[in-house]
Design a binder for this molecule. Sequence first.
Ligand SMILES: [Zn+2]
Length: 402
Amino acid sequence: MERRSGALASLRAANRKLVVDALRARGMASRAELARATGLSRSTISTIVGDLIEAGLAVERDAADLDGESHAGRPPVMVSLDTSAGLALGVDFGHRHLRVAVSDLAHTVLAEKWSELDVDHSATEGLDLAAEFVEQVLAEAGADRNRVIGVVMGLPAPIDRATGTVQDSSILPGWVGVDAAAEASARLGLPVEVENDANLGALAELVWGAAKGRSDVFYIKVSTGIGGGIIAGGRLQHGVGGTAGEIGHTRLLPDGPVCRCGNRGCLETIASSRAIANLLSESRREEVSARDVLDLAKAGDSAAQRLIADSGQALGLAIANLCNLLNPEAVIVGGDLSGAGDLLLAPMREAVLRNGIPSAVKDLAIATGVLGERAEMLGALALVMHEAERFQAPALIAEGAA
Ligand SMILES: [Zn+2]
């Protein structure tokens, strides 16, 4: 009898975890959606949701109130996790910016702050400012730091998974050799996980942006460098060492320019916004920034337009190869060069269709991301919601509480 009730309790805890994880991943859901997502019966869902609400860990919300639109008939009652269930902190370091935000597990950003940063800032300066911003967003949100269940910090640099240190990077030169996670944890007094920025962009577009509702997506960030994030079966793919998705180092020209990775002719050396800006600087005999390339192209400058189109073609070739391997349903293009819109995407589409096998690319959606400069910060928050086993919420997994 004892054993049977023990088995029952662990089944209840497992079911509760399924429901909580589904709520974390979705932000909010109706009871019917939860039943579909978890495979549990409507009555089991009702019991678990009732228990979570009674414990103050979940709340009911009216769908009509949330989107401000009137629904035909009675809108479904939505359920989301309450602020008391836990909070997520996201920190995003870019080439020249810092963003910090706090959100609840219902995907509501409660407060955020950002600042420009000197490109050559040191890791110490950057981390001190991040710690200051974390205090400020927590205060602004009226949030208790004890309820933070996860802090994710995005960096545009390769991270050595074994040692946690930032590898050689021309994008964050002041961070090389720094154990970013340990340094940040010490300053914040909270465990911090470091994640590649393109992986975070992928997750953000999946949860909040252009890939919402999809499950197999490739996100490509085309900026100073080129990175990528793979979502397969609704999950971010890290690979064994954390470098999955590094499409920027696909070799396209065997005798091409030397890349920061040590190889020659990588996609990044041909198609990144820095590569294009360098080429245009040479031909114009004046310093041209990535921003200038976009402005010139939009103003009709044929050299700038040509370089962006060439970049789109090269990206399309690499993406076609990737599609043959992974067969995603959508490719979302982010990073500063995505601001070129169809100047970049039209030649990219053409190259994907020409070089991919038809079954892999004929129905592929290619679109620009919609989250812009906030993508990586939102992705840092989304990682806390999505990877429940990495970021456990003590209140939510209390065994036998259901
Ligand atoms: Zn390379």
